[in-house]
Design a protein around this ligand. Structure first.
Ligand code: ZN
Length: 426
C-alpha cells in the first residue's frame, strides 16, 4: 500500500520527535543521520571557538540525563520522558536543594497549566528544568536531589548540507533550523519537508542548482554565511522553511528587498492556491534575519503556515504530533514545490515575428471558435508575443496580464514550438 505523502511526512516527524536536539551535540548528528536516509547530506563539523562573523562557535553540549528526585527517591521530573524538561545548554549540576533553592531554576506556563515550556540557556551560564505549572504548584517542601549530567566542552557545531547541481550555477537556497527538541511544527515540519523536497528535486531536471541547509538557528546560518561569503553572489533565490504543519493557512514573509523574484513568485503561487498571508520583512523570526542582514541582503523569504508566536502551542509541549496535520504538511510541500517550479521555469523569450501580430489561426494556435473560456488562452498568446522582447520574463508577463503563470508558460511553449519565439540568453 502506498502511504499518502502527508502520512509519510507525519511518520518522519514521529521518528525524529524523541531525539534530544540542541544547538550542537549528538542529537543534531543523529537527526541529520536520519534525514540522510531521505536525502543525501554532507555533514559539516565546525570546531568550537571558530570565529564566525561577529559570533564564536559555542562549546558542544551533550546531555546524558537530567532529573529531580524527592527525598523519598521518587523521580518527579525526568528528561528521558520529554527532552523539553531540561533547559537547553544547562551546565552540569548535582545537588540537594530545598524547594526555595530549587524554585528559581524551575520554569512553567501559568496560562497553560498542563503544558511544558521550551527554554534554553544559550550563551549564558545557567541551568534549569521545565515542567507543567500544575506539577510545579503541587511540589511540597522537601530536600530535592537534582541531577543534570551534561557536558559543555570544546567540540563542534554540526550542520547538514545537500547540493543538487543544476544546468546553471545560479542557486536556490533552502534553509531550515535543526536545533529545536521535541517540537513538531517548529521545526520538525521544516526539516522533514526540506528533506522531502530534496529527494523530489534530486529526481527531476533542474535549471538551478539547489542547496538545502539544515542548520542550528542563528549560529548555524551565521556559520554557513561566514564560510561561504565569497560565493554568495550565486544565490538567485532562497526560502527559509519553518512551522509548516499546523492547520492555519500558508504565510509568506518577504525578503528584506521586498520585491525580489522569490517574493513575487511566492505571492503569485499562494494567490492561486487560496487563502494565505503575505507579510513584510522584519528583522525578527528565523534565519532570514541572517540571510537578509544588510551586509548580505540576499533574496531570501520565509515560507510558513501560522507564523511563530502566533499559535498558542508555540515553544511548548503542545507543539506536538497532534498539532501537525498530514494534509497541512503535504499542502506546504506542494506550495513550496510550486514556488520552486515557477522559479526554475521563469525565463524571457524574444518574439521572432514582432512586426504586427503573427497570424495565429494559420498555425492552429487560435481555437476555431472564439469566446468563452478559450478567451484567456488567446489572451495569453497575445501577452506573451507582445512582451517577449528579451527583457520581460514569464513572471513579469503573468503579473501584468493577471493570468496564471502556468498558462503563460504553456502559451510560450506553444509559440516557441511554432517558431514564433526563442529563449532569450540568460
Ligand atoms: Zn522556535
Amino acid at each position: 500500500m502506498t502511504e499518502s505523502l502527508g502520512a509519510e511526512l507525519h511518520h518522519w516527524i514521529r521518528e525524529l520527535y524523541p531525539i534530544g536536539r540542541s544547538l550542537t551535540g549528538n542529537g543534531v548528528r543523529e537527526t541529520l543521520r536520519r534525514l540522510g536516509e531521505i536525502v543525501p547530506l554532507t555533514i559539516r563539523e565546525v570546531p568550537s571557538g571558530t570565529q564566525v562573523l561577529d559570533w564564536t562557535v559555542p562549546p558542544e553540549w551533550n546531555l546524558k540525563e537530567a532529573w529531580i528526585e524527592t527525598s523519598g527517591g521518587e523521580r518527579i521530573v525526568d528528561a528521558s520522558r520529554s527532552t523539553l524538561h531540561v533547559v537547553g545548554y544547562s551546565r552540569p549540576v548535582r545537588a540537594r536543594l530545598t524547594l526555595a533553592e530549587l524554585r528559581p531554576h524551575l520554569f512553567s506556563l501559568p496560562e497553560h497549566p498542563d503544558w511544558i515550556p521550551y527554554r534554553t540557556s544559550y550563551y549564558a551560564d545557567g541551568w534549569g528544568f521545565c515542567l507543567t505549572d500544575r506539577q510545579l504548584r503541587a511540589l511540597p517542601e522537601d530536600r530535592y536531589e537534582v541531577c543534570i549530567d551534561a557536558s559543555l566542552a570544546p567540540g563542534s557545531l554540526t550542520y547538514g548540507e545537500c547540493e543538487l547541481p543544476g544546468e546553471s550555477a545560479d542557486e536556490i537556497l533552502l534553509s531550515t533550523h535543526v536545533c529545536h527538541p521535541a517540537l513538531c511544527n517548529d521545526n520538525l515540519s521544516g526539516l522533514v519537508i526540506a528533506a522531502f523536497l530534496g529527494r523530489r528535486l534530486a529526481a527531476r531536471r533542474r535549471r538551478h542548482t539547489y542547496r538545502i541547509l539544515f542548520v542550528p538557528g542563528t549560529i548555524g546560518s551565521i556559520t554557513w554565511l561566514a564560510q561561504n561569503e565569497t560565493r554568495l553572489d550565486r544565490i538567485a533565490h532562497g526560502l527559509v522553511l519553518t512551522c509548516l504543519g499546523d492547520a492555519g493557512s500558508l504565510s509568506y514573509k518577504r525578503s528584506r528587498r521586498g520585491d525580489a523574484i522569490v517574493d513575487r513568485a511566492a505571492a503569485h503561487v499562494l494567490a492561486a492556491r487560496g487563502p494565505h498571508r503575505i507579510l513584510d520583512f522584519s528583522p525578527w523570526g528565523y534565519d532570514e534575519r541572517q540571510y537578509c542582514s544588510p551586509g548580505f541582503d540576499l533574496p531570501v523569504g520565509c515560507l510558513m503556515r501560522t507564523p511563530h508566536g502566533q499559535f498558542p502551542q508555540y515553544h511548548t509541549s503542545a507543539d506536538n504530533l497532534e498539532l501537525v496535520r498530514p494534509e497541512a504538511l503535504a499542502d506546504s510541500l506542494h506550495a513550496c514545490e510550486a514556488i520552486l517550479d515557477l522559479l526554475d521555469r521563469n525565463r524571457a523569450f524574444v518574439n521572432l515575428s514582432p512586426k504586427g501580430e503573427p497570424q495565429l489561426g494559420r498555425r492552429g494556435l487560435y481555437p476555431a471558435v472564439g469566446g468563452g473560456a478559450q478567451g484567456t488562452e488567446q489572451l495569453a498568446f497575445l501577452w506573451v508575443l507582445n512582451l517577449s522582447d528579451g527583457r520581460h520574463t514569464l513572471l513579469d508577463i503573468a503579473e501584468r496580464a493577471k493570468l496564471p503563470f502556468d498558462l503563460i508558460d504553456r502559451a510560450a511553449g506553444a509559440l516557441a514550438a511554432h517558431g514564433l519565439l526563442r529563449a532569450a540568453p540568460r
